[in-house]
Write a protein that binds this ligand. Structure first.
Ligand SMILES: O=C(O)C1=C[C@@H](OP(=O)(O)O)[C@@H](O)[C@H](O)C1
Ligand SMILES: C=C(OP(=O)(O)O)C(=O)O
Length: 420
């Protein structure tokens, strides 16, 4: 692993940056297609470590996956009887939390493991829920084994999903194929990332599944077939956020084409955040353009719904002229790394002023200097370092390669944006 010298912008960045498909939509589409009542063609599929791990996971359980003929972003998924196998979830939360209900429907033992760092991320909630629904589960953390019998009883289950919305999404995605469907009831602190739950529900409904989310903290999925649906995946708006933030950081202008007119992706909310920090945004003919201000203003914001945008937003806050308080994101301690600790250490390491609170970060204005920015194998930490490096000389990102988790072309795209 060699360090990457973050390109410094010599002036306001001006660029148009098309983004590949959404990680979250791709991995939901793959799970739904694997469990569907016929073959599906998915277009605009993200090809990255997280999504290739999901492709390999469903293929390893017996699903037909034609992903490498011709255009790599077009994938044909053909459901077949599921059998036992091994699943590598790498550092992908969506693979670790969405695959167990699929494994429960297989006929045979499915072993699941991942990166060393993945073992620190919570998974027990969904494993306990499956056990409560009659599934044979061995283990409460990675590595674990699910021994499927080709069918799952299903029914009602109570969980505490405050550490990740993916527990709710994972249970809902497979549940139409359970004999009794599922009723998931959440008890505990608020569930984060509501837009990602909305994404799950919308995609299930698009597949003809009946979902009732009318009661707070309760979701019901009726048993029935999952219709095979051909889908075109939207661009990844959370990955877009880092590029749009580059306009905000440099007083430049960055456009992202194919911006969806309506979306459940939380990444779309970067627009409000950048506006509040002083940027101006326009959406015209499906292209979103952000124009940066001369000076960035800090913000106080509850990021509970959009936690995955935190590294990008925190990097901008570290460059702002006024203080920021980011709250509602205690669950980020269980993301790819403990993001609250990592952001605090790295911003402080470059001369910034950042402290952890119970549920977030407080960031004060400071003059930053160059130095090594550690990525902790976390794609969004790496891109946050790149963002600061645009306006601070001498920032070295120790592992830019970890951006392959969701955007393998990040270094080339970032250099191109800066005119390199
Ligand atoms: O369902 C999804 O696709 C995701 C849900 C969120 O997880 P948490 O609720 O664990 O934050 C988000 O942070 C993650 O990047 C993707
Ligand atoms: C939290 C994230 O990923 P994961 O799907 O691995 O949870 C993220 O991408 O910011």
């Amino acid at each position: 692993m060699s360090t990457w010298h973050a390109p410094t912008a010599t002036g306001p960045v001006t660029a148009t940056v098309p983004l590949p498909g959404s990680k979250s939509i791709t991995n939901r589409a793959l799970v739904l297609a694997a469990l569907a009542d016929g073959p599906s063609t998915l277009r605009g599929v993200l090809r990255s470590r997280d999504t290739d791990l999901m492709l390999a996971a469903i293929r390893g359980l017996g699903v037909g996956v034609d992903a490498d003929a011709g255009e790599p972003t077009t994938v044909v998924v053909t459901p077949r009887p599921l059998h036992g196998g091994h699943v590598d979830c790498g550092l992908a939360g969506t693979v670790m939390r969405f695959v167990p209900p699929v494994a429960a429907l297989a006929d045979g033992a499915v072993t699941v493991d991942g990166d060393e760092q993945m073992r620190a991320r919570p998974v027990d909630t969904i494993l306990r829920a499956l056990a409560d629904l009659g599934v044979a589960v061995d283990g409460q953390s990675l590595p674990f084994t699910i021994t499927g019998r080709g069918a799952v009883r299903g029914g009602a289950v109570t969980i505490d999903a405050s550490s990740s919305s993916q527990f709710v999404s994972g249970l809902l995605l497979g549940a139409a194929r359970f004999d009794e469907g599922i009723t998931v009831h959440h008890v505990g602190k608020p569930v984060p990332s509501q837009p990602h739950i909305d994404m799950t529900i919308e995609m299930l409904r698009d597949s003809g599944v009946h979902v009732d989310d009318g009661e707070p903290d309760t979701w019901r999925v009726a048993p029935g077939p999952i219709a095979a649906v051909d889908r075109t995946i939207e661009p990844d708006l959370s990955n877009a956020a880092a590029f749009l933030a580059a306009a905000a950081a440099t007083g430049g202008s960055v456009s992202v084409p194919y911006w969806p007119a309506r979306t459940t992706q939380p990444g779309a909310q970067i627009v409000d955040v950048l506006d509040r920090m002083g940027a101006s945004t326009t959406l015209s003919d499906g292209t979103l353009t952000v124009r940066g201000p001369d000076r960035l203003t800090g913000i106080s914001a509850d990021l509970g719904d959009i936690g995955e945008l935190t590294p990008t937003i925190a990097a901008l806050c570290a460059l702002a002229d006024t203080s920021s308080t980011l709250s509602g994101i205690a669950h980020l301690r269980g993301h790819e790394t403990d993001r609250l600790a990592a952001l605090t250490a790295e911003i402080t390491g470059l001369g910034g002023r950042c402290v952890e609170t119970d549920d977030g970060l407080r960031i004060e204005p400071a003059t930053l200097h160059g130095g090594t920015w550690h990525s902790y194998a976390d794609h969004r930490m790496a891109t946050a370092g790149a963002l600061i490096g645009l306006v601070v000389d001498g920032v070295e990102v120790d592992d830019i390669g970890c951006t392959s988790k969701t955007l393998p072309d990040f270094p080339a795209m970032w250099s191109a944006m800066t005119g390199g």
